[in-house]
Design a protein around this ligand. Structure first.
Ligand SMILES: [Zn+2]
Length: 135
C-alpha cells in the first residue's frame, strides 16, 4: 500500500518538476556559465554596475570583447564620440557579443545596471551608467 502511494505521488510530481525545469533550465544553466570578457581597453576605471551588466550579458549570450572604455578627449574626437561622451569619464563601455541584436538589445534594456544603451551598425553595443536613454 505504502509503495503504491509513493509511485502515485512520483507520477504526480514528476511532470510538475519536469515542467518547472524546462522553463527554468536555460536561466539556470546561464547562471552556471562563467562570464567570458576580453578587455581590449582599460578595465580598472569601469564602474562596477557596468561590469555586473557585462557579466550578465556574457552569461546569457557568450564571450564579450570590450573595445572601448575610457577615452582621452583627442581620442574621443578621433573616434567620432560626442563631446560630452560618457567615455571621457570612463562611464561607458563599447563591446561586441554573439547573439541576435534584437535579443541582446532587449536583454540590455531589462538590466537596471544600464543607463544609456545603443547598438551601432558596425556591430557593437554601447552601455553607460548615465540616465536611461537610447539612440
Ligand atoms: Zn560608446
Amino acid at each position: 500500500m505504502a509503495a503504491k502511494r509513493k509511485i502515485l505521488l512520483g507520477a504526480l510530481i514528476a511532470p510538475l518538476f519536469l515542467t518547472a525545469c524546462a522553463g527554468g533550465a536555460q536561466g539556470f544553466l546561464a547562471m552556471l556559465r562563467p562570464p567570458q570578457i576580453t578587455w581590449n581597453d582599460t578595465s580598472w576605471c569601469t564602474p562596477i554596475e557596468l561590469k555586473i551588466a557585462l557579466n550578465k550579458i556574457s552569461r546569457k549570450f557568450g564571450p564579450i570583447k570590450v573595445h572601448s572604455t575610457h577615452r582621452w578627449p583627442l581620442e574621443n574626437a578621433r573616434k567620432g564620440g560626442k563631446k560630452k561622451s560618457y567615455h571621457l569619464s570612463c562611464r561607458a563601455v563599447d563591446f561586441s557579443v554573439p547573439g541576435r541584436p534584437s535579443e541582446v538589445k532587449a536583454y540590455i534594456r531589462s538590466l537596471r545596471e544600464v543607463g544609456g544603451y545603443s547598438h551601432y551598425p558596425r556591430g557593437f553595443y554601447h552601455i553607460d551608467n548615465g540616465p536611461r536613454r537610447t539612440w
